[in-house]
Write a protein that binds this ligand. Structure first.
Ligand SMILES: Nc1ncnc2c1ncn2[C@@H]1O[C@H](COP(=O)(O)OP(=O)(O)OP(=O)(O)O)[C@@H](O)[C@H]1O
Ligand SMILES: [Mg+2]
Length: 398
């Protein structure tokens, strides 16, 4: 080798050889060659990285690209279905034993949070009725709306909500995959005066975290499939054993967190106000859910139904109910829900100022210190809906 190096026809080698210092010349040549190989590898890596980077950008651009329909540019299927499903570590959603209910509608202000919190309280009582203290299992209530309305309403412990400066909310940790199943079952954030309802609160930084996670995922910087972060944690046997039920209050948008909720959930409840605009919103939402199911993104989710919310006692809703039912049965191509879900007929939530005024006082169900008609009606409404959920989800009563 030394012989070979010293035979190379490099000018300074000749000078060194001339001075009889062959070994020094060979060593310098060896160092130069090593350096050249090292730099070559680095440059090759840089070129590969740049090529990879532009390939990813190209892929992401294609995924969000609009489609040309006879000269009309229309939005594509959306990023959530564009990426193929990638279950790393052979993770497959374990839907059989799971009991996870998403309460969702892309229309805002229809009572999702109010219903989530109050059915959580009602179900925590019904599912534990007759159980010994030691056998009682809480209901886990997860807030996935960055507005944090649920956490504000249920009045969880002030020390965790709002989160301290520079700290993330637990909802953010959960959807980022920064909270393991072990961590989750160690948390204990009961709602005010509702020991059997435990809360995972959200806060405004969740919105930024959702954008970050989505972009990281699209650029291929995250090894795991972002859509199944929540599913992987919530389907863990530790989590399934600790809670009698998990309820997720979804935001009125198809955000990163909402996608994770749908991919983790076994069941879906859609609250709606009964008016024509809201009926169309329900049909369009169900259509999007069915597209996700068809794309195999959340094929396991089952519809519990559409529940009327904020119904005035004095108003007759028969005509609008019929319109909604027709729209739910109309084919998806014609803008309907294709019969994928139905209106829950014998349970609805009435509109009472007592419900609106209770915000920030804690979860109202059950109203115990008032035997008036209003309190009875509110309690009965949440109980009727909860019993429907128990039978449609096949939950075991305590
Ligand atoms: N049954 C009801 N009777 C009277 N007011 C109600 C009732 N349900 C909800 N509200 C009030 O309506 C408003 C919206 O309710 P809520 O926050 O539950 O809706 P949401 O669908 O979760 O809203 P968002 O889409 O913003 O998350 C709140 O002020 C709430 O107090
Ligand atoms: Mg809400």
């Amino acid at each position: 080798m030394i012989e070979w190096l010293s035979n190379l026809d490099l000018p300074f080698i000749g000078t060194l050889k001339h001075h009889g210092v062959d070994i020094v010349a060979s060593t310098i040549t060896a160092i130069l060659i090593t350096l050249a190989v090292y730099l070559g590898t680095k440059i090759w890596k840089l070129i590969s990285w740049i090529r990879q980077y532009f390939k990813r950008i190209d892929k992401v651009s294609k995924e969000i690209e609009r489609k040309n329909n006879n000269g009309l540019l229309s939005e594509g299927d959306g990023i959530w279905v564009a990426e193929p499903i990638n279950h790393l570590n052979n993770y497959q959603p374990n839907m059989n034993g799971s009991k996870i209910l998403s309460v969702a509608n892309l229309k805002g202000g229809v009572g999702k949070t109010t219903i989530s919190a109050n059915i959580a309280s009602c179900l925590s009582e019904l599912l534990n009725e007759g159980n010994n203290e030691a056998d009682k299992k809480p209901v886990l209530l997860i807030d996935l709306d960055f507005q944090g309305t649920l956490a504000g309403m249920a009045k969880t412990n002030k020390r965790i909500w709002p989160p301290k400066k520079f700290h993330s909310s637990h909802a953010t940790k959960l959807i980022s995959g920064d909270l393991t199943a072990h961590h989750l079952v160690d948390l204990h954030f009961p709602a005010k005066e509702r020991e059997l309802v435990e809360i995972i609160p959200a806060y405004y930084e969740l919105a930024q975290a959702e954008n970050r996670l989505m972009i990281e995922w699209l650029l291929g910087d995250r090894k795991k499939d972002l859509r199944y972060n929540l599913a992987e944690i919530l389907h863990d046997p530790l989590v399934q054993n600790k809670y009698s039920l998990i309820i997720i209050d979804c935001p009125p948008r198809l955000t990163t967190a909402a996608m994770q909720a749908l991919c983790a959930s076994t069941h879906l409840l859609i609250p709606t106000i009964l008016d024509p605009a809201s009926s169309n919103a329900v049909a369009s939402f169900v259509n999007q859910i069915e597209n996700l199911r068809d794309s195999n993104i959340c094929p396991h989710i089952q519809h519990i139904g559409v529940v009327g919310s904020m119904l005035l006692q004095t108003q007759n809703y028969e005509a609008i109910k019929q319109e909604l039912k027709d729209l739910l049965n109309l084919s998806r191509d014609a803008g309907g829900a294709g019969g994928a879900t139905s209106l829950i007929e014998d349970a609805f939530i009435p509109r009472y100022t007592a419900i609106a005024n209770a915000y920030s006082k804690g979860i109202i169900y059950p109203i115990r210190d008032d035997d008036g008609d209003i309190a009875n009606n509110i309690n009965t409404a949440f109980e009727d809906l909860s019993r429907k959920i128990i039978s449609r989800m096949g939950l075991q009563l305590g």
